[in-house]
Design a protein around this ligand. Structure first.
Ligand code: C2E
Ligand code: CA
Ligand code: CA
Ligand code: CA
Length: 277
């Protein structure tokens, strides 16, 4: 009847309102965290499995509350992407990473590249590259020390835009890394047009390969091809000695994962970054 139908609609609206209010509150909390300087990068080293030396690191956003609680990116990045706050967050992580690199260079450290995650949202913003380059210049950091991590799906969805975008970043001397390789569309074909410097195998890959011989053949072939193209291969989510052994089988040399180190605060990372291992 009409009556029940009406009730149902009302019910949904209430739920929707609740969700909107929750999102609005969460958005304001993130804005406040930005104002109060509570968003910081943690760094996770990338390790050469043959030498145990640091070959680079990834900056990963954390929200540290006044009470010292560490909030992971999964709890604030998705809403930040929806609301546009991600632009600010990504640039906060960039700026703090640049400041860190500046300090290390001033201390005479032989720095390896640090990668930053940039949301797909930036592709829509015309002044992204201008802003990026001016920040890097402000801190006088050699651009080759900054690697831009873009996810595979972004590349797949915006083929032509991405090709131009990446060419532009290369002209400025930045390195490009294809994140989560093998998690989605995994079009090897795109590698012929789009000049990627680094591919990062998604951690799902290591788990799958423990199951299947076919996967092993595929992974070794991709690794060989990448090496042939001059592309660096990083394997993410390396948790065990078995994972490291598999990497050796495939000819992969750079690992990022809990087996070597978890993402850590700047002060802690600085010590191992300076030692190089
Ligand atoms: P991602 O870029 O794929 O980052 C790798 C994630 O794997 C990180 O999670 C890292 O802590 C985790 N990880 C590293 N080693 C291991 C391991 O051995 N085992 C397991 N199980 N996990 C491992 P995290 O830091 O929670 O970040 C999650 C995602 O949030 C990132 O995935 C990235 O997509 C996004 N994110 C993080 N920081 C930023 C940022 O500053 N900007 C943007 N736009 N996205 C970010
Ligand atoms: Ca990443
Ligand atoms: Ca990844
Ligand atoms: Ca091309």
């Amino acid at each position: 009847s009409k009556g029940t139908h009406h009730k149902k609609v009302e019910f949904y609206n209430v739920e929707l309102d609740k969700k909107l209010i929750q999102n609005e509150q969460a958005k304001r909390a993130i804005e406040k965290a930005i104002q109060d300087d509570e968003i910081v990068p943690f760094f996770q080293p990338k390790i050469n499995i043959n030498t145990n030396k640091i070959e680079g690191a990834e900056a990963l956003a954390r929200w540290i509350t006044k009470a010292g609680i560490i909030i992971p990116p999964s709890d604030f990045i998705p809403l930040s992407e929806k609301t546009g706050l991600i632009h600010e967050i990504d640039f906060i992580i960039l700026e703090k990473t640049l400041r860190f690199l500046r300090k290390c260079l001033d201390d005479g450290i032989n720095c390896t590249p640090i990668s930053i995650n940039f949301s797909r949202m930036h592709l829509m913003s015309h002044d992204f590259i201008v802003r990026l380059i001016s920040k890097i210049n402000e801190y006088q950091i050699p651009p080759k020390l900054i690697e831009i991590e873009l996810t595979e799906t972004v590349i797949f969805d915006n083929y032509q835009i991405i090709e131009d975008f990446i060419n532009h970043l290369h002209e400025h001397g930045l390195q490009i890394s294809m994140d989560d390789f093998g998690s989605g569309y995994s079009s090897l074909n795109m590698l012929k047009d789009i000049e990627i410097d680094v591919i990062k195998f998604d951690r799902g890959f290591l788990q799958d390969t423990q199951k299947s011989e076919r996967q092993k053949v595929i992974l070794s072939a991709i690794t060989n091809m990448a090496v042939g193209l001059g592309i660096k291969v990083v394997v993410e989510g390396v948790e065990t000695q078995e994972n490291v052994n598999l990497m050796k089988e495939y000819g992969c040399t750079i690992a990022q994962g809990y087996y070597y180190a978890k993402p850590m605060p700047i002060d802690q990372f600085e010590i191992i970054f300076k030692e190089g291992k």
